[in-house]
Write a protein that binds this ligand. Structure first.
Ligand code: FES
Length: 110
């Protein structure tokens, strides 16, 4: 399958150690960076609990070495690596997307 990388932002446009919401086509994607923009993750922005587009505003952290985001509404937490709900509800897995940074530019493969 062809992979298509789309430039979505410049590194300097996003906050350090937090999330931002990016629209690519019809998809709203939450991108996150850790350690002052050295480690990046991308997941769908919609929380599966109440279908709200809020995950980019969630609190990021780690759970036993697993990077995670907690939804700002009811605190359900999701792995940023796998998209899995860390409370064990398999129906609540969110999509994850490949993300890369080159020359200070952020690219998503959607
Ligand atoms: S909407 Fe995200 S935890 Fe309820």
């Amino acid at each position: 399958m062809m992979s298509t990388w789309t430039k979505v932002a410049n590194v300097d446009d996003v906050l350090e150690n937090g999330g931002s919401c990016i629209k690519v086509g019809n998809e709203h994607i939450a991108i996150f960076n850790f350690d002052n923009k050295t480690v990046w993750y991308a997941i769908e922005n919609t929380c599966p609990h109440k279908k709200q587009s809020v995950l980019s505003r969630g609190l990021i952290g780690e759970d036993g070495g697993e990077p995670k985001v907690a939804c700002p509404l009811h605190k359900n937490a999701f792995s940023l690596k796998t998209g899995k709900h860390l409370g064990g509800n398999e129906e609540w897995t969110v999509k994850t997307y490949p993300i890369k940074v080159e020359n200070n530019e952020i690219y998503l493969n959607v």
